[in-house]
Structure formats: C-alpha cells, structure tokens
Design a protein around this ligand. Sequence first.
Ligand code: ADP
Ligand code: MG
Length: 243
Amino acid sequence: MTEKDGFQQHVANVYREHRGQRVVSFEYQGKRYWLKQVEHLAGAMRLLKQNSAAALHKEIGVLNTLSHLGAPVPAVVDFGDGYMVVEDVGYTINNILNHASQTLWQPILNDVSIALAKLHCMLLAHGRPALRDISWQKGEVRFIDFEANQQHMSITSQQVRDLLVFIHSLYRYIGPNNRVINQAIACYRLAGGEAIWQKAKQFLASWQWLYYFARPFRHTGGKDLKPVYWVLWHFRQVPLTPI
Ligand SMILES: Nc1ncnc2c1ncn2[C@@H]1O[C@H](COP(=O)(O)OP(=O)(O)O)[C@@H](O)[C@H]1O
Ligand SMILES: [Mg+2]
C-alpha cells in the first residue's frame, strides 16, 4: 500500500465514522487535518441541499486557485463526492482571543489585519472574513471557509464587504475595545488597504441614519446588532489619515 493509499484509506474510515458531520478533525502520521462535508440541512432547508453540494465544490475550486496564487489558505489534500480534506492551520482567532492573555490580542489582530490587506493587494477577497474563519499560528495567518466567496461582485465591492465584515467581527468578539481595534485597522490601512478603507467609509456615508438607529443598542443590543453601531462609529471618528 502506497503512502497515498494509506492516507485515503484513513480518510475513508473517518468519513464513514462521521458521515453527515459538518467538520471533523483527525490525525494522520502525527499531522492534523480537517474533513469537511456538504452541509446537511433539515426540513424545508433540504431544498437547498443541491446548493450546499455546489457550495462545497466551489470552495474546493476557490481554495485550489488561491493556493496556486500564493494566498494564505489551507491546502486541500483530498476531496471526493460531498467532502474535502484540508490541512490544519491552527486555532481560529475567536478561539485564541478566548484563551490568550489580553496582552497578546493587539499583536495577533495586527497580524490578521495585515494579512487581510495583503490578500486584498493580490486583488483577492475572502467573502466573509469573520474571526472564526481566520486562523493564526506562530505569526502565520490563514483564511479558511471560502463558501461565502462572491465572485459575481466586483473585486472592490468584495473587498469593501470583507473589511466591513472583519470590523463587525472584531467588535462582535472583543466588544468596544476601540483602542485595540483602531490600531489593528490602522495596520490594515498602512499595509495596502488604505483605498479600500476609504471606499468603505464612502459606502457607509449613506448608512449614517443607521448610526442613530443603532445607538441605543450599542451596549445592550444582540451580538450582531451591537457591532453595527460600532462599525459606523469607527468610520465616523477615525481620522482620514491612518496615523
Ligand atoms: N484547516 C483548518 N484548520 C483549522 N481549523 C479548521 C480548519 N478547517 C476548519 N476548521 C475549524 O472548523 C470550523 C468550521 O469549518 P468551516 O470551514 O468554517 O465550516 P462552516 O462552513 O461550517 O463554517 C472552523 O471555524 C474552524 O474552527
Ligand atoms: Mg465557518
């Protein structure tokens, strides 16, 4: 049995044991991998099942393309009908923030912002770079979960959306920790993201009414609404030049 056969046999076993489970991690010869399967949806959502198979298929294509372009994404090491296997790229940022000392938050979030700016400088976009879909390991940032990637939008619109989702996610996970978030976003701007930051600010100009609407909920709203206020606040108060 070749090395490759051994690995594929192992994947087949993991697949059999965890059939229908969205993601499961496993080890093979001391290395960690993730098996991701087509999302199984209940009830009326089943009608979308066709779409979830297509979504996983699309994600495999996007990951392969991005990895050929040298973007920081996990390598797809195997795939088949309804599943793919990717290399482990470490803990996701939301996990790290929960467990690491607060003194580490700033350098890690700066690394993540710079990585997002670099991805954007390659004229690429993620689609939904929430902190649960970005990993960090020994200073290396990787982007995972490309299912929300929207190739039909212009690349600039996709990048503006990336930045807004990213800032929203920062506020969602660490609250109005404005000093830390402002510094991380300044890193994004200085690392090549300035034009996109300015575009995002322009885009939000027509959404300022939402700032007043969301204001009463800035400390008490739900976990998705609260950060909306802070995203708008961010673009109102941060100076036009990054430093
Ligand atoms: N390559 C990977 N390295 C490390 N963790 C991963 C990897 N792939 C998935 N995960 C973990 O599994 C979770 C779910 O995987 P994800 O691809 O985001 O699926 P979903 O589309 O269901 O959100 C991630 O948030 C992350 O915690
Ligand atoms: Mg995800």
